[in-house]
Design a protein around this ligand. Structure first.
Ligand code: CTP
Ligand code: MG
Length: 230
């Protein structure tokens, strides 16, 4: 029987958000941003444990009450200097009591609008896959490459282009091997691809965007409040 675990890297500083604290602790629909992703993942019954990765210097986590999520939550204060470093450190901890065959779903704390149904769909699609894969969205807009002067240098075909999201789901052994071999990646799939494997793309929707800039907060708030009926 396959087992499923989640890792939520939340050790970033949120520099593009430009707030007075890391973006994962900004208030969003009445909760810290980080709450929403953790709540969605802990609602997925097939996920045994959700591991949140904090910076060792984190001074905000303890400001909030996480008790309603605590049963399936594990807090790891092992964040590294990069997202991939934070994930690799968490995998090292998990390797103590997981097997190489166990599935790990890595999900950004900053993708606050993920739903348990989207996560469950990903697990359903990939549970028998030899490689693993990720949620992603086919590019809808026409793509432009800019030149040095802020003008269009070229139009790029959007055919077969996808925007990678998270969760990204791989078996623990493969993911550890991939991140050790190629630590400089921006997502797990990139490391797995560098091993010569092809992760599967599972179509997701635009509500699972990554909150990056201040203007993203209002849109996420609208989505979350509409769902909760508030
Ligand atoms: N992350 C992490 N450890 C790091 C850097 C990032 O765990 N050293 C996490 C972030 O907390 C976030 C996810 O990786 O949940 C995606 O990263 P991103 O959206 O880029 O967040 P930040 O790096 O915090 O933001 P920025 O790049 O604007 O500084
Ligand atoms: Mg970043």
């Amino acid at each position: 029987m396959s087992r499923f675990f989640a890792i939520v890297p939340a050790a970033g500083s949120g520099s593009r958000m430009g707030a007075e604290r890391p973006k994962q602790y900004l208030e969003l629909a009445g909760r810290p941003m980080l709450w929403h992703a953790l709540a969605a993942l802990t609602r997925v019954s097939r996920i045994e444990r959700v591991c949140v990765v904090l910076s060792p210097e984190d001074e905000w986590w303890d400001e909030f009450d996480w008790l309603p999520l605590a049963e399936r939550l594990q807090v790891l204060r092992v964040g590294g200097p990069t997202r991939a470093g934070s994930v690799a450190n968490a995998l090292r901890v998990l390797a103590a009591d997981l097997t190489a065959e166990d599935w790990v779903l890595v999900h950004d704390a900053a993708r606050a609008c993920i739903t348990d149904a989207q996560v469950d769909g990903l697990i359903e699609a990939l549970a028998d896959d030899p490689v693993g894969g990720l949620l992603a969205q086919p590019v809808a807009d026409t793509l432009k490459r800019s030149g040095a002067d802020g003008r269009v240098a070229a139009t790029v075909s959007r055919e077969a282009m996808w925007q990678a999201q998270t969760p990204q789901m791989f078996r623990l052994g493969l993911l550890r091997q991939a991140l050790q071999a190629t630590p400089g990646v921006t997502d797990e799939a990139g490391a797995v691809e560098a091993l010569g494997l092809s992760p599967r793309l599972i179509a997701a929707d635009a509500t699972n965007f990554k909150l990056t800039y201040p203007q993203d907060l209002a849109l996420a708030e609208l989505i979350l409040r509409a769902r909760s009926g508030a």
